[in-house]
Design a protein. Structure first.
Length: 103
């Protein structure tokens, strides 16, 4: 039974989510800055939103939750699903740390 539960957790990504959340607090801010170029094409770093959610200063765990929901297609938005789908856990944690560090 334990094996089945563990297999289910791995298939649905619940174990990596915990790891990414832990890494979000200590993500590589420099890597996040490097990766952020595509993000800021739509998500402005100033106060203007034009209906696109603001991610500057966002709690790292909230950022990770959103990105993983897009990556696993639990959250609807084709462009964000594609963008998040290309990122690995380290890159998501780095972006979370970077955008949290911006004020």
């Amino acid at each position: 039974m334990r094996k089945a539960i563990l297999s289910t957790c791995i298939c649905f990504g619940t174990l990596p989510i915990a790891e990414v959340k832990a890494d979000a607090e200590v993500g590589d801010v420099e890597l996040g800055a490097y990766l952020s170029a595509e993000c800021v094409t739509c998500h402005q770093t100033n106060a203007e939103t034009d209906g696109i959610p603001q991610i500057v200063g966002l709690d790292p765990n909230a950022f990770v939750d959103a990105m993983l929901a897009y990556k696993t297609k639990q959250r609807e938005h084709p462009i964000m699903q594609m963008m998040a789908g290309r990122l690995n856990d380290e890159e998501i944690a780095a972006l979370a740390a970077y955008f949290n560090a911006l004020e």
